[in-house]
Design a protein around this ligand. Structure first.
Ligand code: NAP
Ligand code: 3JN
Length: 340
């Protein structure tokens, strides 16, 4: 018989993604029987609010997952590598926000608006991977275009907010801004250079081919989610001094001739997308408007006049919500609707 409510655990509950998990479960009325909040020894013993009550934060341990139906994980890749398989073995379906399992061929990588049918593949390992935030917002916007016009190539440049690098990174930006305004020396711990009033064309570490890991995540994950290895993707990922919401300038080349007005109409009807595109009124998506909201916003939709079948657009979304916690909770909603 179908359960009415589920035992849910959040691993990494005290982080910026974890905080969004808690908020979104409550906002969307997810049927939670018992919520277990987990973190490291640094935060164990503290508490966080859920549905008007203070819940204790417990230590993430291997024994934690007995009787837990769904695990929402964002404790970092090396921690997920240890605890996600343990939880999965105890019968908990893990939805993991880290990069640890995304490219594992036995584990589905899911964006509900794009490849919901892949969720069923969780049964082999009891783990579902949530893509990188920059990939999620891009594929949500490109899916209707790919379905109708067949995308051959994607060229993307990102403008990623500091919250993508966690709580300490957000603190580093605000501390540096205050220090610079007060003519004090600033500290630099999270980012490789000053982030205040600056842009860093480096997210994560560099690989031998000159790309960063973040850029290669976008390439590989996009192909896996679309189930199409023929799509060529190239990315430049840049950190900007914005607190929340990632922006992306995206150029696509399609097989069939593409009409920007039709793309606007397609995207207007697309699930999870909101078109904000009225240049006469000066309207286009911006991170300050996207923060703390759910949609993937698309604007500046226009023909790429330098090639035969090309399109340019600007895509913005809250990286902590659709880019991380919301996407995972949407996966959980489909999981309980169709499988648990
Ligand atoms: P954060 O704000 O730094 O939070 C990290 C969380 O992980 C905290 O709750 C921390 O607990 C917990 N943690 C760290 N080490 C742990 C351990 N050994 N055992 C148990 N808990 C541990 O980072 P965040 O931004 O929330 O991101 C966390 C992870 O989520 C990232 O490393 C990344 O893998 C993933 N992420 C994914 C996306 C995406 O695009 N899907 C976006 C952002 C992040 P304490 O309070 O005890 O330190
Ligand atoms: O920097 C961003 O804007 C997104 C970062 C995501 C991230 C940060 C640390 C570790 C990830 C990720 O989701 O790919 C990871 C990781 O899990 O490897």
């Amino acid at each position: 018989m179908k359960k009415k409510a589920y035992n849910v655990a959040i691993a990494g509950a005290t982080g910026v993604v974890g905080g969004e998990f808690i908020k979104i479960l409550e906002e969307r009325g997810f049927p939670v029987k018992e919520l277990t909040l987990l973190a490291s020894e640094r935060s164990a013993g503290s508490s966080l609010p859920f549905k008007g009550k203070e819940l204790p934060v417990k230590l993430l341990e291997k024994e934690t997952f007995e009787g837990v139906d769904i695990g929402l994980f964002s404790p970092g890749a090396s921690v997920s590598a240890i605890y996600a398989p343990v939880a999965a073995k105890a019968g908990c379906v893990v939805i993991d926000n880290t990069s640890q399992f995304r490219m594992d061929p036995e584990i589905p990588l899911v964006v509900p608006e794009v490849n919901p049918g892949d969720i069923g593949k969780y049964k082999k390992r009891n783990i579902i991977a949530n893509p990188n935030c920059s990939t999620i917002q891009m594929v949500v916007a490109l899916k209707p275009i790919h379905d109708k016009y067949k995308i051959k190539r994607i060229v993307v440049s990102t403008y990623q907010s500091v919250s993508g690098a966690g709580r300490e990174a957000m603190d580093e930006l605000s501390d540096q801004v205050r220090a610079l305004y007060n003519m004090r020396t600033y500290e630099q711990k999270v980012f490789p250079h000053r982030i205040a009033f600056n842009c860093l064309p480096q997210i994560d570490s560099f690989l031998d081919n000159g790309y960063t890991k973040e850029e290669i995540k976008m390439v590989n994950e996009t192909r896996k989610i679309f189930g199409d290895d023929s799509i060529r993707v190239t990315a430049t990922t840049v950190r900007v001094p914005v607190f929340v919401s990632h922006s992306e300038a995206v150029n696509v080349e399609t097989e069939k001739p593409v009409d920007p007005e039709d793309v606007k109409a397609l995207l207007t009807k697309a699930p999870g997308v909101k078109v904000v595109d009225d240049i006469k009124k000066g309207l286009y998506p911006m991170p300050v408007d996207a923060a703390e909201t759910d949609p993937v916003y698309v604007g500046r939709i226009r023909r790429d006049e330098s090639i035969e079948n090309g399109l340019n657009m600007w895509i913005v979304s809250d990286n902590l919500r659709k880019g991380a916690a919301l996407n995972a909770v949407q996966i959980a909603e489909l999981l309980i609707r169709d499988y648990l």
